[in-house]
Design a protein around this ligand. Structure first.
Ligand SMILES: C[S@@+](CC[C@H](N)C(=O)[O-])C[C@H]1O[C@@H](n2cnc3c(N)ncnc32)[C@H](O)[C@@H]1O
Length: 338
């Protein structure tokens, strides 16, 4: 066993981490899952910000690839309400389902603050059926959420069940391809409070498309934890860790959890969608990347001057881009047709 395996083995045998689903692992503990950075939901839309163009391109992608304008839409795993709260003005009704009670509360508060009365959010315990009848929705949107569920294949079958015949799922997902090379192991140090922090260690099986995450809760701040390694919190890496170091921190560890998730590549997901009953699967280029590329190409004097103008500008281009087939080995966004 390598040094890295020894660290995970130490956590298992010394700390007996509690097995969790993703709600108990992280999402129930976050005030904002996006760091309050989302345009429109948390910040005014800024036409001078490339990331805001990207976000708007993603919204048009969901609306156009999902063909959900004026329709009844299900949003699976909304987090802080993205994209449901931004697509809400364009659809008749959007229902968001999330396994984390905290996320449902946050989405509900965000909807009220933004005056989005046609957006409702419901808690659904992980692994349980969706609380809707067969053939209920015109479209389903899923952004980085299906891979967070205990069994993504049964989640896809449920999504298929609640879609109307002819309805579309538009989905993004976090595949492990970008971690190939030196990203098999990693850490994330999260400032959980003034005197507490959480260290998350990632053990990625890239070929097996699985991630095991260990979360260690410390009763010291992230500054103090990193300081024990003579580093700033942002400088700490997996390579700094060893069993000896963790043993030295043992007295400050007040909890340990473990989460296992499955992360399909584009190719695997395309197979799973067909197995779930979808009749057609279209991996395509995406509106977010397209909007970002347009931002780069346009001289600032020629950029749209209002959000309405930007929408008029993006809409036809994104409509074309989401029809353009992309190879599954780049893990593209996917439209699946029931
Ligand atoms: C990475 S976040 C994505 C949030 C949002 N869609 C976005 O892109 O900003 C994943 C979301 O999926 C939710 N989730 C995880 N497991 C779920 C399940 N079994 N059912 C519904 N939602 C789930 C999480 O609670 C979280 O809100």
């Amino acid at each position: 066993m390598g040094v890295r395996g020894v660290i995970f083995d130490w956590i298992e045998t010394e700390l007996h981490p509690m097995e969790c689903t993703s709600d108990g692992f992280i999402y129930d503990d976050m005030d904002s899952q996006s760091g309050r950075a989302l345009p429109i939901i948390y910040r005014p839309f800024d036409l001078g910000e490339r990331s805001h163009w990207r976000d708007r391109g993603a919204v048009w992608d969901y609306l156009l690839a999902g063909r959900c304008e004026r329709g009844r839409v299900l949003h699976f795993g909304p987090g802080d309400g993205w994209p449901s709260l931004v697509v809400a003005p364009f659809v008749s009704e959007v229902a968001g389902v999330d396994a984390s009670r905290r996320r449902v509360e946050v989405c509900t508060q965000n909807a009220a603050r933004l005056g989005m009365h046609n957006a409702k959010f419901v808690h659904v315990p992980p692994g349980s059926p969706l609380p809707f009848g067969d053939d209920s929705f015109d479209a389903v949107l899923a952004a980085s959420s299906v891979e967070q569920t205990p069994d993504p294949r049964s989640t896809l079958r449920e999504i298929h069940r609640v879609l109307k015949p002819g309805g579309r799922l538009r989905i993004t997902y976090e595949s492990l391809t970008p971690y190939r090379g030196d990203g098999e192991h990693g850490i994330w140090l999260w400032e959980a409070g003034r005197r507490s922090c959480r260290l998350i260690l990632f053990d990625r099986d890239i070929d097996g498309e699985q991630v095991v995450q260990y979360s260690l809760d410390f009763a010291i701040s992230d500054q103090e934890l990193a300081g024990r390694f003579r580093k700033a919190p942002s400088e700490l890496t997996f390579a700094d860790l060893s069993v000896e170091r963790l043993e030295g921190l043992r007295d400050a560890i007040v909890g340990a959890r473990v989460l296992t998730t499955t992360h399909p590549s584009g190719r695997t997901l395309a197979h799973w969608l067909l197995d779930a009953g979808f009749v057609e699967v279209l991996p395509s280029h995406d509106g977010a990347a397209c909007a970002a590329a347009l931002y780069d190409l346009l001289p600032s004097a020629r950029r749209p001057r209002s959000l309405v103008e930007l929408d008029e500008y993006l809409r036809p281009v994104v409509a074309a881009v989401v029809q353009m087939k992309a190879p599954t080995d780049i893990d593209p966004m996917i439209t699946a047709l029931k």
